[in-house]
Ligand binder design. Structure first.
Ligand code: ARG
Length: 367
C-alpha cells in the first residue's frame, strides 16, 4: 500500500525504475522538507475547519511532521526508492505512521499547489537571510570607510589614475551598490510572501469548501491566491530572487576584482590576512587572493542560473508542467553561491590591512 508513486493506483503496471531515477527530484527538493511540513500542518488546520479532519487527527499530524523534520535534521530519515520528490516522501511517511489520517491529508490539495507553496516559503526565508548577509557586508564596508575617511588614493577611469579620492569614498561606492541588493532581496522576500497557493489544488481549486485564508494566515502569507491557475503556474517570485542574486554576484565580482588587483605587488594597496589567503610552496613570497578570484568567477554561474530559470518558463503552457520541477536547482544554487560570496568577502576584508602610505603615494603620482 505504501510503496510506489502517489499516482500508482491509476496504472496497471509499475513505472520503469530508470524512468523514476531520471525524473526524481528528491535529492534537490529534500531541502524543502521543513516547508513541506509547515504547509502540510497548515493544510491540516484548514481541513479541520472544513470539518474534514478532527482535532486529534490534526495534532497527530503535527506531532509526526515535527518528528519527521527532526529525524531529517539528524540525518536519520531514510527515503523509500519510490519517493519521487519531497512531497511524496512526506505523504508516504505520514501514511506509514498514521494510517488513514495520514492519507486524508491529501484531500483538497495537489503537489502542484503544495510545491508552489513550499518554494515560496523557501524563497521568502532565504531572501531574508541573503538580505542580512548583504547588510553585514555593507556594514563592514561602512566601518572600513569610516576608518579611511581621510586616506587618499587614486580614483580611476579606464583603470587610469583620474582624480584623487579617499578610500572611504571608494569603499562606500561598493556599499551603496550592495545596499540596493539588500533592498532587492527584501523585495523578493515580500513578493514570495504575497500569495499563498495552498488550496489551488492541481489548477482549479477543489469542491471541498476549504477556506484558503486559514493556511495563508498560519504560514504568514499576505493573502491567499487570487487565481488558482496562476497560483500553480507562477514562479516569478523565484525569478525575482535569482535576479537579485545575479545582480549581487555582479557587484561582488567588481569588489572581488579590486581585491585581486589591490593585493598584487604592483598596486600593494591591500594586504590580505594569512588566514584569508593561500600560499605556494615553490614561491613563498605569494599570498594568493583565491577567495576573491573564486567570487569573481562564480558571478558567471549566477548569470547562468538566471538564464536557466528564465528558460524553464519560456513558452510553458498553463498551468503546471513537469518542467517546473527544474526551477529548484538554479534557485538553491544561486542563493548558496551568493551567501558564500557575501560572507567570504566580508571576512576577508575585515581581516585585511589597507596600506595608507601606498594609497596616498599613488594618489600623489596620479591625476
Ligand atoms: N516534483 C514536482 C515539482 O517539483 C512536484 C509536483 C509534481 N506534480 C505533478 N502533478 N506531477 O515540480
Amino acid at each position: 500500500m505504501n510503496d510506489g508513486p502517489l499516482w500508482k493506483g491509476r496504472f496497471g503496471s509499475a513505472p520503469d525504475a530508470t524512468l523514476l531515477a531520471l525524473t526524481s527530484s528528491l535529492s534537490t527538493d529534500i531541502a524543502l522538507l521543513p516547508y513541506d511540513a509547515a504547509a502540510t500542518k497548515a493544510h491540516a488546520r484548514a481541513l479541520a475547519a472544513a470539518g474534514l479532519l478532527d482535532e486529534d487527527a490534526v495534532e497527530a499530524v503535527e506531532t509526526e511532521l515535527d518528528r519527521l523534520v527532526s529525524e531529517w535534521e539528524r540525518g536519520e530519515l531514510v527515503p523509500a526508492p519510490a519517493d519521487e520528490d519531497v512531497h511524496s516522501l512526506v505523504e508516504r511517511e505520514l501514511t506509514r505512521r498514521l494510517g488513514e489520517v495520514g492519507r486524508r491529508i491529501h484531500a483538497g490539495r495537489s503537489r502542484n499547489d503544495l510545491v508552489a507553496t513550499d518554494l515560496r516559503l523557501w524563497c521568502r526565508d532565504h531572501a531574508r537571510l541573503t538580505a542580512s548577509d548583504a547588510a553585514a557586508l555593507v556594514s563592514t564596508l561602512s566601518s572600513l570607510a569610516a576608518e579611511h575617511a581621510d586616506t587618499l588614493m587614486p580614483g580611476y577611469t579606464h583603470l587610469q589614475r583620474a582624480q584623487p579620492v579617499t578610500l572611504g569614498f571608494h569603499l562606500l561606492a561598493h556599499a551603496h551598490a550592495l545596499w540596493r541588493d539588500v533592498e532587492r532581496f527584501d523585495a523578493a522576500a515580500a513578493r514570495a510572501a504575497e500569495e499563498c497557493p495552498l488550496g489551488a489544488g492541481a489548477l482549479a481549486g477543489s469542491t471541498l469548501g476549504i477556506d484558503p485564508h486559514i493556511a495563508a494566515g498560519i504560514l504568514g502569507f499576505a493573502r491567499p491566491f487570487a487565481n488558482a491557475m496562476d497560483a500553480v503556474a507562477d514562479r516569478d517570485f523565484a525569478l525575482d530572487l535569482v535576479y537579485a542574486c545575479c545582480t549581487c554576484g555582479l557587484h561582488l565580482s567588481r569588489l572581488a576584482e579590486e581585491i585581486v588587483l589591490w593585493s598584487s605587488a604592483e598596486f600593494a594597496f591591500l594586504h590580505l590576512a594569512e588566514q584569508w589567503s593561500t600560499g605556494s610552496s615553490m614561491m613563498p613570497q605569494k599570498r594568493n587572493p583565491d577567495i576573491a578570484e573564486l567570487v569573481r568567477a562564480r558571478a558567471g554561474a549566477g548569470i547562468g542560473d538566471l538564464a536557466a530559470l528564465a528558460a524553464v518558463f519560456k513558452g510553458l503552457p498553463l498551468a503546471y508542467d513537469r518542467d517546473l520541477q527544474e526551477d529548484k536547482a538554479p534557485v538553491f544554487a544561486a542563493v548558496a553561491r551568493t551567501r558564500g560570496g557575501l560572507t567570504g568577502l566580508r571576512l576577508a576584508l575585515a581581516a585585511a590591512d589597507f596600506d595608507a602610505t601606498a594609497l596616498a603615494g599613488a594618489a600623489g603620482e596620479g591625476g
